[in-house]
Design a protein around this ligand. Structure first.
Ligand SMILES: Cc1cc2nc3c(=O)[nH]c(=O)nc-3n(C[C@H](O)[C@H](O)[C@H](O)COP(=O)(O)OP(=O)(O)OC[C@H]3O[C@@H](n4cnc5c(N)ncnc54)[C@H](O)[C@@H]3O)c2cc1C
Length: 565
């Protein structure tokens, strides 16, 4: 149950994979000096271990509760959130004009990695606020930014993203919530949203809901969606909270995991008195959402790393202490058995590989923000890889963690089971992993007619001459991508999308891990972990090539009724 922040590995990944020194050489990020990076990574690690981690178990066993429209958390959550805000952790990457520290996204991602490893359910509160900040920072009016950003950046107020409705999940364009102009610059919002993370709670003094809705006469589908800012408490021109808006939480979901994260059914405008303001232009809501989706998807990919780290730490400790069987006729801790070693090394290679991919993606996102040529396009291609593969490995590593605990993993006592339950949501929300893979083989493969992905795979192959299986995997990825770009039908591409996404993520993660090993900062252990990744995981991923190229034919060999029958 103990949690130790992975500070050294994070510093290494931020240095090697995000390339923080290069970022700090740019005037905008000059404050991100080596000392500053270490201070942040160490500081947030200690904070997370001291304040968030002790609440992980009680958050799971008691969870969030709804009574009389108010959502409350177990004792200790409010104090920990206040300390988080008071110490300025929420403001790391915020715009300096609104009280932020203006540091790279990479460092804000590190804050969330530490908070989430300590307590994933709790970390969703600041994570969703980041989404609201980004939506307003990129698309809000000057007045909206002045009103909302200072308090969202400090964390005094929290934010939510309201997309999903019962009939509109992956297909956001099917949403029905309405927004009718009232003639005074505002809109009356009416509708029901489901699954809204931290949609109601009492830890922040106001909640700023970002809501997708349709205006009268808007085109059907995703082209007719607009984005609105809808505060829980109306905000006076001087920023002071005013009367309560007509919106409320009408239910909390009972879930497999992340019990301390209230997943709310939100009702807007029951009394026709819910008012919000348009963010950006009418019918451009989805475009606005895409702006914040990149960072949100990276941060969800990070949740796979977070849970994997937690599960790995618990499994290592258990494997060292549990004596079972013998080796060389002596009683042996289970860590001495080859299969337990296999599981531990696999967990470690997946966790550290995913962390390397996470910070490579974060660093590329920062380069994109600096306007460095080609960086944004590459970052866009990396996002589905870290979101889908990062969250898949989170589940796999948590499952292996249970396996290493044997029966003790299946009972709740050790906490291994909580990691497994918590990890399972991440492949689903923020665009399911199937949707991520579809994004890779349609939108992202279209960038420069496949040229952006081709150059990524070429870079991996060129830099992996000392790791032949990784180089071969990168060449396989290039071959599949070329087939998809030139010959495959849309159905064929989609049928092979998940295998390609896994292959591509494995190739890039293995490459980035190799770069860490070459740096030397991770010592002998990193070299072994990188070799294991290249020699054991890359060949497995190569085995997906035939599925990636198989096309959709067999998937449709049975009609839907026969398939289900
Ligand atoms: C705990 C939790 C927290 C959440 N937080 C939020 C939040 O804060 N805000 C918010 O707006 N939403 C939130 N969501 C909603 C979440 O984003 C959706 O559940 C998710 O987008 C999937 O939508 P769905 O559940 O309707 O599944 P569906 O869209 O019905 O998907 C079911 C299955 O069909 C597949 N599928 C559907 N369409 C396609 C397609 N075109 N191509 C290939 N496969 C497809 C999916 O991959 C999936 O496997 C949350 C959900 C949960 C459970």
């Amino acid at each position: 149950m103990d949690f130790t922040p992975a500070t050294a590995d994070q510093v290494l990944a931020i240095k090697v994979n995000a390339g923080i020194e290069e970022l700090a050489a740019q005037p905008r990020f000059a404050a991100a000096s080596a000392d500053m990076v270490e201070a942040i990574v160490e500081g947030i690690g200690q904070f997370a271990a001291g304040e968030f981690a002790p609440l992980n178990r009680i958050g799971d066993s008691q969870g969030a509760a709804l009574a009389d429209g108010t959502v409350s958390l177990p004792g200790g959550f409010a104090e920990a959130y206040s300390a988080y805000v008071a110490q300025g952790w929420n403001a790391v990457a915020g715009d300096e004009a609104y009280g932020g520290q203006g540091l790279p996204f990479t460092l804000a991602a590190n804050v969330l990695e530490n908070l989430g490893a300590a307590n994933m359910a709790f970390s969703l509160l600041p994570m969703l606020t980041v989404g609201a900040i980004e939506a307003l920072a990129h698309h809000g009016s000057a007045a909206q930014q002045a009103l909302y950003l200072p308090k969202l950046i400090s964390g005094e107020w929290s934010g939510t993203m309201n997309l999903t409705e019962p009939q509109a999940g992956s297909d956001v364009g099917a949403l029905r919530t309405t927004a009718v102009p009232t003639g005074d610059g505002r809109y009356a919002i009416k509708g029901t949203k489901i699954y809204i993370t931290w949609g109601e709670h009492d830890l922040a003094s106001n909640i700023v809901h970002l809501v997708l809705a349709r205006t009268p006469g808007a085109p059907a589908g995703s082209r007719g969606i607009s984005l609105f800012v809808v505060p829980k408490f109306h905000v006076g021109a001087d920023g002071s909270p005013g009367p309560r808006n007509d919106l409320r939480c009408v239910g909390l979901e009972h879930k497999l995991g992340i019990h301390a994260s209230p997943t709310c059914v939100m009702s807007f405008g029951d009394n026709d008195q819910c008012y919000g303001e348009l963010v950006g232009h009418e019918n451009e809501g989805l475009k606005a959402m895409f702006t914040m989706m990149n960072s949100a998807r990276i941060n969800v990919g990070s949740q796979g790393v977070q849970i994997a780290e937690r599960a790995l730490q618990a499994a290592k400790a258990y494997a060292l202490g549990r004596v079972q069987g013998t080796r060389d006729r002596q009683p042996a801790a289970i860590v001495e058995h080859p299969d337990v070693r296999r599981m531990l090394l696999r967990m470690r290679a997946l966790t550290e590989g995913a962390r390397a991919l996470l910070y490579y993606t974060a660093g590329m996102t920062d380069r994109g923000a600096l306007g460095i040529e080609g960086a944004q396009e590459r970052a866009d291609c990396l996002v589905p890889l870290i979101k889908a593969w990062g969250t898949d490995i989170g589940c796999e590593v948590a499952s292996l963690g249970i396996q290493i605990h044997g029966g003790m993993g299946f009972v709740e006592e050790t906490g291994a089971a909580q990691h497994y339950r918590d990890a399972r949501i991440a492949p689903i929300y923020e665009g399911t992993n199937g949707i991520q893979a579809a994004d890779l083989v349609t939108r992202k493969l279209d960038y420069e007619q496949g040229g952006v992905l081709a150059s990524l795979f070429a870079d991996v192959a060129a830099d992996c001459s000392d790791a032949p299986q990784l180089r071969a995997l990168a060449e396989d990825c290039a071959e599949v991508a070329q087939w998809m770009a030139r010959e495959a039908s849309l159905d064929d591409k989609l049928a092979g999308s998940v295998p390609l996404c896994t292959m591509a993520a494995t190739a890039v993660a293995g490459w980035q891990l190799l770069r860490q090993a070459r740096d030397g900062g991770g010592g002998e252990a990193k070299i072994v972990v990188a070799r294991y990744f290249a020699e054991h995981l890359a060949p497995e991923a190569r085995g997906l090539k035939s599925a990636a190229l198989a096309g959709a034919g067999l998937l449709y060999a049975l009609d839907a009724a026969a398939l289900a029958g």
